[in-house]
Design a protein around this ligand. Structure first.
Ligand SMILES: Cc1ncc(COP(=O)(O)O)c(C=O)c1O
Length: 367
């Protein structure tokens, strides 16, 4: 039987009645933008993240962009981030006219290697965007110590990591937290959506203006803003799914445990590991293997699924040619991009589907 990489319909099925009723209610209310569901979701999501506030926006990309705008990032500024992430993380730095500065990653956590950050800090560095990749928190303690010393803002890219914890604190509660609710994320909606978490009422005011054309009072625009609002239908669906998020994350962890048990005896595979102080949310279950591309072909040939996140790091992307990075500049990232392989891990994946995938991987390495 084929095994899908991701199947959101399995999650929706048991919630179908509730979701449809919530969507109908929005339709019948006649209020589709910035209504009571958005306000309620913002409160509930902030509570979940352990922050004072959350502000809904149109996507995770916009959450990062508006975070940078609030931090006052503009031309001439530098923003340090990871080269091993989705394009959006660095794209938004360019939207602001600022320059991304990429720092190499740690090959076990796939996150920024904080010991390499300080030598990249210059007097132009205004913000750092740590990415909690694959659902695992970045090493936030040394990072927060570093930024406190250097008066640099932190915008956490929490797109893949809603619910992840570092030393007992949820991601998004260290700096500004930028979340994505794209359907494949830990908490996903029926389209695009995002949110920014913060402790500051002043920042909430700015974000609420920025997401709505700079509006502070109807048809009064104090600044140039954006059209970046979370809509009522998405917020209504997110409120329902948020109630189940911890259960979904437990299932992701159970799936990861089963993979680890079944794959641990294959010496060619490096399994994901994480510091004991982190609670991983496994938005992706990513192993490292030689002959990765052959293995992907082998699995797909059997109707099984695997994906490569990410085959080409950002510093080597054509879109960033003008930054003048070259092969060899960030060796850990460059080595990792050749061997990472993500296996299906969504909460509703069946043990039998994990077993099928692992049997095929064993068969591949016995060949
Ligand atoms: C690490 C990371 N950052 C940012 C984003 C952007 O989020 P969105 O697709 O909601 O704009 C994504 C989405 O895939 C992501 O994985």
């Amino acid at each position: 039987m084929p095994v899908p990489f991701f199947d959101i319909t399995r999650q929706n099925k048991p919630l179908e009645k509730e979701l449809k009723a919530a969507v109908s209610q929005v339709i019948n209310s006649g209020r589709y933008i910035l209504g009571e569901n958005v306000t309620a979701f913002e409160k509930e999501f902030a509570e979940y993240c352990g922050t004072k506030y959350a502000v809904g926006v149109a996507s995770g990309t916009d959450a990062l962009l508006l975070g940078l705008k609030v931090a006052g990032i503009g031309p001439g500024d530098e923003v340090i981030t990871s080269p091993f992430t989705f394009m959006a993380t660095a794209e938004v730095i360019n939207y602001c006219g600022a320059t991304p500065v990429f720092v190499d990653i740690d090959d076990k956590t796939f996150n920024l290697d904080i010991s390499k950050v300080s030598c990249q800090i210059s007097n132009k560095t205004k913000t750092i965007i740590p990415v909690h990749l694959y659902g695992l928190a970045c090493d936030m303690k040394p990072l927060m110590e570093l930024v406190a010393k250097n008066k640099i803002a932190v915008i956490e890219d929490c797109a893949q990591a809603a619910g992840a914890e570092y030393q007992g604190k949820k991601v998004g509660s260290f700096g500004l937290g930028a979340f994505s609710f794209f359907p494949t994320k830990n908490l996903g909606c029926f389209g695009d959506g995002g949110a920014i978490t913060t402790e500051s009422e002043e920042i909430v005011k700015q974000l609420k203006a920025l997401r709505n054309h700079g509006t502070t009072k109807t048809y009064h625009h104090d600044l140039i803003g954006y059209n970046s609002r979370l809509d009522e239908i998405q917020a209504a669906a997110l409120r329902i799914k948020l109630k189940h998020l911890d259960t979904y994350l437990d299932k992701r962890r159970q799936n990861a445990d089963l993979y680890k048990k079944l794959l641990k005896e294959i010496p060619a595979i490096q399994l994901p590991s994480h510091p004991a102080t982190c609670v991983h949310t496994y938005n992706q279950f990513t192993i490292q293997v030689d002959k990765r591309d052959e293995l992907v072909g082998f699995l797909r040939g059997k109707g099984l699924s695997a994906m490569v996140y990410y085959p080409l790091a950002l510093h080597l992307q054509m879109a960033f040619t003008k930054l003048r990075y070259k092969i060899g500049d960030l060796p850990v990232t460059e080595s990792v991009q050749k061997c990472v392989l993500s296996l299906p891990i969504f909460p509703e994946l069946l043990p039998d589907e994990i077993e099928q995938t692992c049997s095929a991987i064993k068969e591949f390495f016995k060949k």
